[in-house]
Design a protein around this ligand. Structure first.
Ligand code: NAD
Length: 478
């Protein structure tokens, strides 16, 4: 069986204490590889390597770094088929999705930041007749990059690419449930000529393990985390002793607001995607659907009809729409949410159970729940599965208030053909990313991130470089 090792200072190595853990394919329940389980010594070694490598990498020019980033993108594209299969084996997501979204976007993340860094400028202010101020942009040092399991390579490269482009070095702690493509990325970086120590990967768990050892490490200046809100809180606490710079992309409970004048076909098709793609395991999923009352019944009937047609099953099958959830443990958690929603008066219109035609794996039918209100747990908590609620509303004020009535503030969708209203509602919603008549339409130059407990800081374009670089002002007296 394949063993996934740490990648430290350009070498694939075992854990210092030799420990390993199993990597399971959630679609079959089979152990597919053994993974080195990192501890404090491994993190210490990786951080030391990243610190040493920073001396030279931090002095390279943006053009030199862009060249390496583009080579990494080329190699990801060359290995696209293999990487897509590995991503699906680790996550249970449909192979069609790994092929069309996860892996191409991983390559594009490198190309995008390679281009962006070459055009980066800084500020200059003249104090007329007195002095000239100009800012120099410099890399910061060693970054700890901690990633989740839902879009493993896509979200990891969304951090790695700007980190390397900015001239920082890194230690990656991939999600323990999806360690494979991070290991392959290390292989690719080596082949692309990235100097030893610039990128390191230490596998393992979060609390009291590799994750927290990384966040506590005094030689790590930056932590970029994508994960649960509770993890963000733990990381913030651990990082406070050494005052690290933090960037958090955390949980979401996103409203999908459909006004009666919306283009119904478009709203239905996109809601199917925003509810159930990647098994609903996307932080941006619109899991709270609000429909204006005149359209409510029609919308609910059509959505239930469409959701019932989705094919749940083997992620390797080209016809599959919804694959396996990430683990049996996570499926049980999602089922718990459904059970409690029913206890609180919710009515399951479709799904809510494991499909009878699959014998093993962690599958759940796309689930639509109605007759719930804002105080129900299912409306307040992030489920992170193929489960949505639909509620009717009567006025713009009412839906804005309901949409904002959550501790999260990641994204929102608004469906209407009234442009004035679209702008007005977008202005009132407490969310970092708002889509009008769309979902998941991404321009990588735009700010990406959450308000409230959905995150801290923004990623994307210039915003990523604000996190991964330092500005220092030079004031020259005339
Ligand atoms: P998670 O928080 O359990 O784990 C994320 C990463 O953090 C993993 O690598 C884990 O090992 C590590 N970790 C956990 N505890 C830690 C600790 N105390 N110290 C250091 N590291 C620690 O999240 P997950 O279950 O992998 O991913 C799902 C969550 O991620 C959902 O809440 C989802 O909304 C969120 N997410 C957010 C975005 C976004 O862009 N806002 C994108 C994807 C996922």
């Amino acid at each position: 069986m394949e063993k996934l090792l740490h990648f430290i200072d350009g070498q694939f190595v075992e854990s210092a204490d030799g420990r390993t853990f199993d990597n399971v394919n959630p679609a079959t329940g089979e152990v597919i590889s053994l993974v080195a389980e990192g501890g404090r010594q491994d993190i210490d070694k990786a951080v030391a390597a990243a610190k040493r490598a920073f001396t030279a990498w931090g002095k390279t020019t943006p053009a030199e770094r862009a060249k390496v980033l583009n080579r990494i993108a080329d190699l990801i594209e060359q290995r696209q088929e293999e990487l897509a299969i590995l991503e699906t084996l680790d996550t249970g997501k449909p192979l069609s999705l790994s092929k069309s979204l996860d892996i191409p976007r991983a390559a594009y993340n490198f190309r995008f930041f390679a281009d962006f860094v070459k055009g980066l400028g800084t500020e200059c202010f003249e104090m007329e007749g007195v002095a000239l101020n100009y800012a120099l942009r410099r890399p910061v040092g060693v970054a700890g990059l901690i990633s989740p399991w839902n879009l493993p390579l896509l979200l990891l490269t969304w951090k790695v690419a700007p980190c390397l482009a900015a001239g920082d070095t890194c230690v990656i702690k991939p999600a323990e449930l999806t360690p494979t493509t991070a290991t392959k990325l290390a292989e690719i970086c080596k082949e692309a000529g990235l100097p030893d120590g610039v990128l390191n990967v230490v596998h393992g768990f979060g609390p009291d393990a590799a994750g927290s050892f990384l966040t506590e490490h005094p030689d790590v200046q930056l932590i970029s985390l994508t994960g649960e809100t509770t993890t963000g809180k733990a990381v913030m606490k651990a990082a406070s002793a050494t005052l690290k710079r933090l960037s958090f992309e955390l949980g979401g409970k996103n409203p999908n607001i459909v006004f009666a004048d919306a283009d119904l076909n478009d709203a239905i098709e996109t809601t199917i995607r925003s509810s159930f793609s990647n098994q609903g395991e996307v932080c941006l999923c619109g899991s709270r659907v609000y429909v204006e009352r005149p359209l409510y019944e029609t919308f609910v009937n059509r959505l239930v009809d469409r959701a019932s047609q989705l094919v749940v099953g083997d992620p390797m099958d080209a016809g599959t729409n919804v694959g396996s959830l990430i683990s049996e443990e996570h499926l049980l958690r999602v089922e718990g949410f459904i059970e409690r929603a029913v206890q609180q008066g919710g009515r399951v219109l479709c799904g809510g159970k494991r499909p009878s035609h699959v014998a093993c794996g962690s599958y759940l039918e796309p689930t639509i729940i109605v007759d719930v209100n804002e105080s129900c747990e299912i409306v307040q908590q992030e489920v992170f599965g193929p489960v949505i609620t639909i509620q009717p509303f009567d006025s713009e004020e009412e839906v804005i208030s309901a949409a904002n009535d959550t501790r999260y503030g990641l994204s929102a969708s608004i469906w209407t053909s009234n442009l004035k209203r679209a702008h007005r509602v977008a202005g009132e919603l407490e969310a970092g990313i708002i889509w009008i008549n769309s979902w998941f339409l991404r321009d990588l130059r735009t700010p990406f991130g959450g308000m409230k407990e959905s995150g801290m800081g923004r990623e994307g374009g210039m915003h990523s470089f604000e996190f991964f670089s330092e500005l220092k002002n030079v004031c020259v007296k005339f």
